[in-house]
Design a protein around this ligand. Structure first.
Ligand SMILES: Cc1cc2nc3c(=O)[nH]c(=O)nc-3n(C[C@H](O)[C@H](O)[C@H](O)COP(=O)(O)O)c2cc1C
Length: 243
């Protein structure tokens, strides 16, 4: 099984999202998956021109020559495509949206009705990858992911595929405290659950209710996260102050 992660943090290899992705992929590899993690911010990906040239002029490929020449075939050849990104103003970051817009060539222009009586474009490929999401948000709570969750459900429908896993972590800045002796065991436990999720997804193509429940638990109470978070903002503010 081939799992490709498309990582959409604008901080790339320094992102909190990467900590989640790394653990998840360890589990997936333990279960025998071949994995790849692509940092979208390091790639040259132009904006979709919106002219449907990938449907009309050069059917199945974009007329823009950039890194999507490699990324689109990698997406199509994956069994599971993982969209991994932080929450930016309740939504996905620009680099991720830009990448997703450029996946338009995987569809055909023609309209069709789906099983639910809604309309979408027909598919160009017999099989497109199943979709999983890994995301983190700076604020505590699962409501920060409401827009993303709906978006990826709709994307899976649009791409004639299934959303097989949604892994959402509020309190995402907690990963910056990875060397804090109080947080280390709590983060260790969470990372273990992420590895378990990676294994389960490869073995069963889905996550168990138990693992999903574990992944959604707060790592520390929200009140504590807010208190220490604000103290950290004050400290960083002082550290960055130019006299
Ligand atoms: C422009 C911008 C908008 C953000 N919007 C939100 C938001 O709406 N809700 C939230 O909880 N966190 C928000 N955050 C915080 C990030 O989700 C958080 O810092 C996350 O841990 C960053 O992940 P990364 O290190 O992988 O980039 C925002 C951050 C930025 C830079």
């Amino acid at each position: 099984m081939k799992i490709t992660v498309f990582s959409g943090s604008h901080k790339g290899r320094e992102g909190n999202t990467l900590i989640m992705v790394d653990e998840f992929l360890k589990g997936a590899e333990e279960a025998g998956a071949e994995t790849e993690n692509i940092f979208l911010i390091e790639k040259k990906i132009g904006y979709c021109k919106g002219k449907f040239e990938c449907w009309l002029k050069t059917p199945g490929s974009c007329t823009i020559r950039d890194d999507m020449d490699d990324l689109l075939p990698k997406f199509v050849a994956s069994d599971i495509a993982v969209f991994a990104c932080p929450v930016y103003f309740d939504n996905i970051p620009a680099v991720m949206k830009n990448f997703i817009d450029r996946l338009a060539p995987v569809l055909l222009p023609h309209f069709e009705e789906d099983k639910m009586g809604e309309y979408r474009h027909a598919k160009r490929y017999e099989k497109l990858p199943k979709i999983a999401v890994i995301s983190n948000a700076g604020l505590p709570g699962q409501t920060n992911f409401e827009v993303e969750s709906l978006f990826f459900k709709r994307l899976a429908r649009t791409f004639h595929t299934e959303l097989v896993a949604e892994i959402y972590r509020g309190e995402g800045e907690i990963f910056r405290g990875k060397n804090n002796i109080m947080l280390k065991p709590l983060l260790g436990k969470y990372k273990k659950t992420l590895r378990c999720a990676g294994r389960e997804l490869v073995d069963n193509q889905t996550l168990s209710e138990k693992t999903t429940r574990e992944l959604e638990k707060s790592i520390v109470p929200a009140s504590l996260y807010i208190k220490f978070g604000n103290e950290e903002w004050d400290r960083l503010y002082e550290e960055n102050k130019v006299d």
